[in-house]
Design a protein around this ligand. Structure first.
Ligand code: SF4
Ligand code: FE
Length: 481
């Protein structure tokens, strides 16, 4: 297993082609726009060496029997699925933001399971390749980005009918030694500071979409792979410290557009190639794995936000007001509801044919659906309690200025027992945690809300529920038909 420092050092060896703000970034590790995300991911490595968290952060590989960082583990039991949820919450409590590494973890578990089922039907050897790949990731303790979301173009058209065929990742050439791929994956959390990308298709497909039904893995510094790093709300604050609110870990995950300009993939890294009927399964597996997480990582992040809001009530001198207490209770209620459903998805998980465990789909979808509502509501309450000053605070430069600094501190003083600077710092943290990019991520990460609702309805089995109702009031079902 790598330490956080070893992870950061290993990133320096990569030659990832990354662009941001109109230029090629050669030194990704020390770039101030990217570094906070690297610090956050590094914590996923360091926690494996922290005695307090080892039980959550370290697992035993089913493939090698070796101790591995849990972020590279193939889920072996309900206990693993519950530990995952607890582990993500614990990291979120330390970072106050997204630590990115779960996407690749979920992608590995999805590909591991679906490759097994494709092999069973077609006698292919994808699963052995997937096992070799996972072993490589485990033994080198690498960070993988899970590449699912294609740009999608016209959402009303399937991949093969798009006017531009590259709007979904596809195979443009088949060679004896591998395939050539073209297209892009959008909003790739953690891509700038990952070693590898594991690509999966993003929508269910028909036989005409065969060239798009592809899953593969590549190192991110492969020739023909290019990253364009995205902007975030207030990202120029990263050039300072105080104004950023969360100076070490930043905000959300640091997303990039990952482009495949005719990149070569050797056969041993191809895990699906044209089996369109398994695409829907792969999409659903990944989505469900990732949706369980949102009541875990976000619960940890919201723990920090609730703490900050409660402190702000102290700093404002309003802790005793009953409506403040009631609003804090409401924040706790929503956060614990989300974590409870994430835990339930783990406790009710089941083994897939490949042997790895998979969350309860309804509970995982409820978890994610609730975060698209509750996170906004929790932020609304945080703004309500904190007050308007988080939207109008002067900059850290003005605070450092000998003329304006003392004036700002005088007029931004709350409770006289608390230094004005503490109140200002906490205000910035709340601004950071409740701002644009972080909320949009809660809405659309792991799939937009409607995607969860479709699965909730499907799994609700309404016909069975109708029968229950008829039985209770004595309607004879058979006679009716
Ligand atoms: Fe992990 Fe949460 Fe970030 Fe997704 S949003 S990558 S689950 S920390
Ligand atoms: Fe996410």
């Amino acid at each position: 297993m790598k330490t956080g420092q070893e992870y950061i050092d290993s990133l320096r060896q990569l030659k990832t082609e990354l662009y941001f703000m109109g230029e090629r970034i050669e030194n990704i590790v020390d770039n101030p726009y990217i570094r906070p995300h690297i610090n956050t991911a590094a914590l996923t490595y360091d926690m494996a060496f922290d005695p307090e968290f080892m039980d959550l952060a370290v697992a035993t590989s089913n493939l090698t029997g070796e101790k591995i960082n849990r972020f590279t583990h193939i889920q072996q039991s309900k206990d693993d699925m519950v530990k995952k949820s607890k582990f993500l919450r614990a990291i979120g409590q330390k970072t106050g933001t997204c630590f990115q590494r779960c996407v690749g973890w979920d992608a590995m578990n999805s590909v591991y399971s679906v490759s097994f089922e494709i092999d069973k039907k077609y006698g292919t050897n994808y699963h052995a390749r997937a096992c070799d790949y996972v072993k490589y990731i485990q033994q080198n303790d690498l960070m993988v980005v899970g590449g699912m979301t294609d740009p999608k173009g016209d959402r009303g058209l399937p991949p093969h009918k798009q006017p531009d065929p590259d709007l979904f990742v596809h195979v443009v050439e088949t060679r004896e030694d591998g395939i050539i791929v073209r297209g892009a994956k959008a909003h790739q959390t953690g891509a700038a500071n990952s070693h590898e990308i594991l690509v999966m298709p993003t929508v269910a497909m028909k036989p005409e979409d065969k060239e798009y039904a592809v899953s593969f893995a590549l190192p991110l510094d492969t020739p023909g792979v290019m990253l364009i790093f995205g902007r975030q709300t207030n990202d120029e604050r990263k050039l300072g410290t105080l104004d950023q609110g969360n100076p070490t870990y930043g905000v959300v995950g640091g997303e990039a557009l990952v482009v495949f300009n005719d990149a070569f993939v050797p056969w041993e890294r191809v895990f699906m190639f044209g089996e369109t009927e398994f695409v829907g399964m792969m999409v659903e597996r990944f989505a469900t794995y990732h949706r369980q997480n949102y009541g875990a990582c976000k619960a940890g992040v919201i723990d920090v936000l609730i703490g900050a809001t409660a402190l702000m009530a102290d700093y404002n001198g309003v802790t005793k007001a009953s409506h403040i207490k009631d609003k804090i209770i409401e924040m706790v209620l929503m956060n614990e509801t989300m974590h409870a459903s994430s835990l339930a998805a783990g406790y009710e998980s089941r083994a897939l044919p490949a042997g790895n465990y998979y969350p309860h789909t309804t509970y995982a979808n409820i978890t994610k659906q609730n975060i698209t509502r509750y996170h906004y509501e929790i932020c609304r309450l945080a703004h309500d309690i904190t007050g308007g000053f988080i939207a109008t605070l002067p900059s850290e430069k003005d605070l450092e200025d000998p003329v304006t600094g003392p004036i700002i501190k005088k007029y931004f003083q709350g409770n006289a027992n608390v230094p004005a600077m503490d109140r200002i710092k906490m205000g910035r943290l709340i601004e950071n945690a409740t701002g644009g990019t972080s909320l949009v991520e809660s809405m659309h990460g792991a799939g937009s809300p409607q995607a969860q609702r479709v699965m909730l309805l499907r799994d609700a089995n309404l016909e069975r529920l109708k029968e229950l109702a008829k039985n209770v009031c004595g309607i004879d079902c058979e006679k009716e038909e």
